[in-house]
Design a protein around this ligand. Sequence first.
Ligand SMILES: Cc1ncc(C[n+]2csc(CCOP(=O)(O)OP(=O)(O)O)c2C)c(N)n1
Length: 376
Amino acid sequence: MIICEDLFEIFKKNDLTFFTGVPDSVFKDWMSFLADKHNKKLTNIIACNECEATAIATGYHLATGKVGVVYMQNAGLGKAVNPLTSLCDKEVYSIPLILMIGWRGEPGNKDEPQHKKMGRIMVPLLKTLEIPYAIMPDNKEKVDLIISKAKQIAVEKNQPVAIIIKKETFTKYSSRINYKQTYEMTREEAIKTILDSLSGSEAIISTTGKASRELFEYRISKHHKPHDFYTVGSMGCASSIAFGIALQIPNRKIVILDGDGAVLMQLGTLATIGHYKPKNILHLIFDNNSHESTGGQPTVSNTVDFKKIALASGYGFAKIVYTKKQVITAINKINYLKGPAMLVIKVKNGSRLDLGRPTKTPLENKTVFMKFLEHD
Ligand SMILES: Cc1ncc(C[n+]2csc(CCOP(=O)(O)OP(=O)(O)O)c2C)c(N)n1
């Protein structure tokens, strides 16, 4: 396994000290290391999505002539395909970059359904993109060689080069930064409070990561049919799925359980929902200022006012709430006639260690959800 400090020394030796990207649980220790060292030994820009990160590293190269490192889960490679082909590619601006890609869904390793396809096609996709790649070895000497080589190819050929990171490549690194907030509720407590406050007929669309897992577990514990739509992949898309449904079934209340990281990833969705103003949408954002599901790395939500953005985009109502009591009161008072409504629920960063995963397949989930939508 690789020690994060050792890896950084190798990067530094190769003059690679600019990092940007979106976290992945595969390299959560490396992410904690980057966050701790930001501004001291290196720059680490937490981007909202992988397309953006690729463009930020391009800007870094244009300004300095140096090579930036873009980290992402392979789910994010899809988002980066556009700038990789139309910005960084040799046939366009020919930008040298190092991509660090976390390999979820590696064939032969058990993983969740949403990772299977990308896990299988990632290497062929890199080949199709004509991006040279190597797998990060698990010992220091070999890592040294791979990174020097990747940098050399990136510079000589003026193009992106990928380094694939398998699970359990890094040794544990505990962050020295304390990300714990003092809010009253955890996300899970907020989800339970919301479910207990709704009428039961609302269609719920939940976001990628632990929010969906907590919602599913609560349904099972209450002996409810898990009839929500659990957006297991496609981070940031829960609200767009909800919007698509809301337009077609205007007499049905549609509730979105979202995360701050997910909303930031697809912030334009707020503009779309605000513009078209479906009155039946209640958009709930659990703002823990982190990507809690991938290890608690910070998002930039602490400097973002979702309430103001929603109102300025055309939502009819938006409020920030901090306590269980405020959540219950706000949900009971939502006036759907005003247009799409948003509650930003400030929650603590953290989750249960024994949290399970949906036991139904996505296809089973879809069938149950569509049946549920048919009934008023
Ligand atoms: C395109 C893409 N990039 C990265 C990921 C990895 N990922 C899964 S959940 C998650 C964090 C979500 O953060 P947030 O929406 O704030 O919810 P929280 O986990 O804090 O509840 C990330 C980064 C992903 N699934 N898809």
